[in-house]
Design a protein around this ligand. Structure first.
Ligand code: MG
Length: 258
């Protein structure tokens, strides 16, 4: 009798947990379906080969020079989990957390070099995904977009889900690439309404890919952009996208507040 009861209870518990799993899966699917509505798969940018100069100007603030990550901190007091490779590359580790600058910035010129893994794993958004989040809110997508179809407004050098790059200047995975970003922060009135939107000009490997585009608000996977008043300067961060076996690396990061 005892055995029957135990068996019955086990069956109920399995049924309950599989019901909860199914419910969670359908919840995840509904979010993914919402997020897919913001994807644009047309206007695929033409492929262009570029080049870049990586020397920092004399007045630049060096955020990363291959030696330490003293310019950054982890989110919510979490220790930085990124590692510094023998060649000086700052490499993401799954679950390492976002890399947030200690200093806050608004208008700026930002130089960032990144490398997606030579050993290609995954596809689409799961291939070397990271991001440069200006003011922690506005993402310039970092992705391996070399022969890697995904939605055009989510490929490398896109202002995520807002502006498709003019061309695709991505290099083969395993090569260093550069973004040179000129960013103007949004301005707000006292009452919180927008005076002028944020703008971005972006050179990808020396090629102009975003030409003074106006941002519609903070970038997001699911939510449509809506501006909300924020301070004139905020920390920027580099995204830990959390993909398995796709460690993005950064080097030579410098910024000039404008
Ligand atoms: Mg990203």
């Amino acid at each position: 009798m005892k055995k029957t009861l135990a068996l019955l209870l086990a069956c109920i518990s399995i049924a309950t947990s599989s019901h909860a799993q199914a419910k969670y899966k359908s919840y995840q699917d509904s979010i993914a379906a919402e997020a897919a509505k913001l994807e644009v798969w047309t206007n695929v940018p033409e492929v262009v080969a570029g080049n870049f100069i990586n020397d920092a100007p004399s007045d630049a603030i060096i955020l990363y020079n291959g030696k330490d990550f003293s310019a950054f901190h982890g989110r919510d007091g979490k220790k930085i989990g990124w590692k510094i490779d023998p060649d000086g590359a700052l490499t993401d580790v799954k679950g390492a957390g976002d890399l947030i600058t200690n200093q806050s910035f608004g208008d700026c010129q930002l130089h960032v070099e990144f490398r997606t893994p030579a050993n290609v794993k995954g596809a689409g958004q799961s291939r070397g995904n990271s991001g440069v989040y200006l003011m922690g809110l506005y993402e310039i997508q970092v992705l391996d977009s070399y022969k890697n179809p995904t939605y055009s407004n989510g490929q490398a050098a896109a202002v995520y889900k807002q502006h498709i790059p003019l061309v695709n200047a991505s290099r083969e995975p395993g090569n260093w690439q550069a973004y040179d970003i000129i960013f103007k922060a949004p301005l707000f009135k006292e009452d919180g309404s927008l005076t002028s939107p944020a703008t971005v000009t972006l050179l990808h490997n020396g090629v102009l890919v975003q030409n003074n585009v106006k941002l519609l608000g903070p970038t997001d996977w699911v939510t449509k952009p809506v501006y909300k008043k924020h301070p004139a300067t905020l920390p920027l961060f580099f995204q830990d996208h959390g993909d398995d076996g796709n460690p993005i690396s950064y080097r030579n990061i410098w910024i000039r507040p404008l």
